[in-house]
Write a protein that binds this ligand. Structure first.
Ligand SMILES: Cc1cc2nc3c(=O)[nH]c(=O)nc-3n(C[C@H](O)[C@H](O)[C@H](O)COP(=O)(O)OP(=O)(O)OC[C@H]3O[C@@H](n4cnc5c(N)ncnc54)[C@H](O)[C@@H]3O)c2cc1C
Ligand code: FES
Length: 258
């Protein structure tokens, strides 16, 4: 798919939770092409040799020409973003990767998000027509709970410290609620995705999961982000690139390294 380079004006950059920021970028071209589950590469402006940072698309407003991203400050790139004022411009490449496959409609959809993996599921939720059961987990308080409710989802919450919802992780929450589903969609830390995939397999529910790997180029030109995938019908696994072939994969095709 065609990738666009755009200079994005920052329209909003607000801290919504401790060290988590929601940033609205004016990206008329990229917003017209983007779909849920894709990501953008944002350059830091810290020097030409610094690689761009991959950040998932949280929401797309193709009419206004905007894309919203939500990022957590974890190092110098994201710290730089958090200090950029409204009106400042950032170089962006996108849309990147393959998003969720929404070509089929399902009656019962399960959406599972963990921590900073929750944002791309908001855009996904807008495009799902059947019943939506959303399971959100975080250390203390999952973000965007109300956004999912406003999109008509039935939302279940958990947290590691018990501050909001059930004390525990999303797999414990899934086991507690035992939702029925025709398709499961998930994004979150790799370890969470591994156990969500296991839960989906045990319950005979196909699952699309959005993987995250450390990335260099972000466009398939290096081997910085490979993951072992065994496609249905193939006799062996192959190394695929999360940035180009993913980030969304069918969970039963992923070979998890222990
Ligand atoms: C496809 C994709 C989508 C992503 N979407 C989001 C998002 O929506 N919101 C968000 O906050 N972050 C997201 N990330 C992670 C984000 O890219 C990294 O947190 C960011 O690049 C770190 O840059 P930094 O310079 O601030 O930190 P660095 O100084 O580069 O690293 C700081 C710490 O973050 C860890 N880290 C760096 N990159 C990654 C990575 N790719 N995955 C896991 N840990 C990493 C490092 O191991 C280190 O401990 C995504 C990553 C990928 C690959
Ligand atoms: S980051 Fe270079 S191939 Fe994926």
């Amino acid at each position: 798919m065609q990738k666009i380079i755009e200079m994005a004006e920052i329209l909003e950059n607000e801290e919504i939770q401790d060290s988590i920021f929601r940033m609205t970028l004016s990206l008329p071209e990229i917003s017209r092409m983007a779909v849920s589950g894709q990501f953008i590469n944002i350059y830091t402006g810290l020097g030409e040799n610094i690689l761009p940072r991959p950040i998932s698309i949280n929401e797309i407003d193709a009419i206004e020409g905007n894309i919203i991203v939500t990022y957590q400050v974890v190092g110098k790139g994201t710290d730089f973003f958090s200090k950029c004022p409204v009106g400042c411009e950032l170089k962006v490449v996108g849309p990147l990767g393959n998003g969720f496959d929404l070509s089929k409609k399902y009656e019962k959809n399960i959406i599972v998000g963990g921590g900073i993996g929750i944002p791309p599921l908001v855009e996904l939720c807008k495009h799902i027509e059947g019943r939506k059961f959303v399971f959100l987990g975080a250390k203390s308080k999952p973000i965007y709970e109300d956004d999912f409710r406003n999109l008509g989802a039935e939302v279940f919450i958990c947290s590691d410290d018990g501050n909001t919802g059930m004390k525990g992780n999303v797999v414990e929450l899934l086991n507690d609620i035992q939702p029925e589903g025709d398709m499961l969609f998930s994004c979150g830390p790799k370890i969470m995705l591994k156990y969500v995939s296991k839960w989906a397999a045990e319950n005979n529910i196909p699952a699309q999961i959005s993987l995250e790997e450390r990335m260099a180029c972000g466009i398939g030109a290096c081997v910085g982000c490979t993951v072992k995938i065994q496609k249905k019908g193939d006799s062996d696994w192959q190394n695929l690139k999360v940035c180009k072939d993913g980030p969304v994969f069918m969970s039963d095709e992923v070979i998890w390294d222990d």
